[in-house]
Design a protein. Structure first.
Ligand SMILES: [Zn+2]
Length: 286
């Protein structure tokens, strides 16, 4: 599942289409048929509301947590197309679908935006957990409105520590809590394990038993993992692909995720927490 660095890299790759008009769009049969039975596959609003993207111009592309958004303008009114890559979503900018080299991504295109320059912005999603919706303003979209500050914002560290120390999360295990975008946006299952290892904190530690100093170290570790991943082009495990279909190298830098031993040579433990595999070392972490 793409986490903050992967989504940020997709966003950066897509910036080349800023300024272009979306002249038309197509929806896959999965999307159309899903909507016929009220499943709202990919497009999370009635399809006639989605029609508004046609003839809109892309003013800018942004990211908040794991959400990307396209700021659009049509007839002097500005609005946003918000997208979430879900478990396996990917964007491609191509002249023809055949340019998508990976068979599964080519087959499982869900939305195609035809751009004024003749190119297509293709959204592919094999498992179809991705989301797209038009919203009037980002502030009116609850998941973004309720999100904690981005890790790059100066207040993010204080917000992270103060929220965790508010008492509300005392009995919670730390690992699932740092994956909550109200605490810090963009941490997913892989980087949660990695950051907890780097900061020597057990994923099963209860929040109330972690000092402010150690929480500050954890914040630093999350930033370190994000920045390292960005510099290596993100992680390519299972389904993440960059816009150009390339793949990142961060998976080769993991210290614990998916591994048998930690960098110190200790045998790692795994545990399913909130349905997600968690990797940790009982010698390096406490
Ligand atoms: Zn260890």
């Amino acid at each position: 599942m793409p986490e903050l660095p992967e989504v940020e890299l997709v966003k950066r790759d897509l910036e080349k289409i800023i300024g272009l008009e979306i002249v038309d769009y197509e929806l896959s049969n999965y999307v159309i048929n899903g909507h016929k039975i009220n499943k709202r596959t990919i497009v999370k609003q009635p399809l006639d509301e989605f029609r508004r993207v046609q003839n809109s111009t892309i003013l800018s592309i942004g990211r908040r947590g794991k959400y990307m958004y396209f700021s659009l303008r049509k007839e002097n009114i500005e609005f946003n197309l918000v997208a979430h890559l879900g478990m396996s979503g990917a964007f491609f900018i191509v002249n023809h679908l055949d340019e998508i080299s990976e068979k599964n991504f080519k087959k499982h295109w869900q939305v195609i935006f035809h751009l004024l320059n003749g190119q297509m912005l293709v959204y592919s999603d094999i498992r179809r957990f991705g989301e797209m919706r038009i919203v009037e303003s980002l502030e009116g979209f609850k998941p973004i409105a309720e999100m904690a500050p981005e890790y790059t914002e100066e207040i993010a560290r204080a917000h992270f520590i103060d929220t965790l120390k508010s008492g509300r999360y005392d009995e919670s295990f730390i690992k699932p809590i740092i994956m909550d975008s109200k605490i810090l946006p963009g941490v997913g299952n892989i980087y949660a394990s990695e950051a907890l290892y780097l900061s020597h904190i057990l994923p099963t530690k209860r929040v109330k038993n972690i000092s402010r100093e150690r929480l500050s170290n954890l914040f630093d570790a999350i930033v370190e993992v994000f920045e390292l991943s960005l510099s290596y082009g993100g992680s390519t495990i299972s389904d993440y692909r960059s816009v150009t279909g390339g793949s990142g190298e961060m998976q080769n830098k993991f210290k614990v995720y998916g591994l048998n031993t930690c960098p110190e040579g200790h045998t790692l433990k795994t545990k399913v927490m909130n349905g997600r595999n968690t990797y940790y070392c009982t010698k390096c972490q406490r």
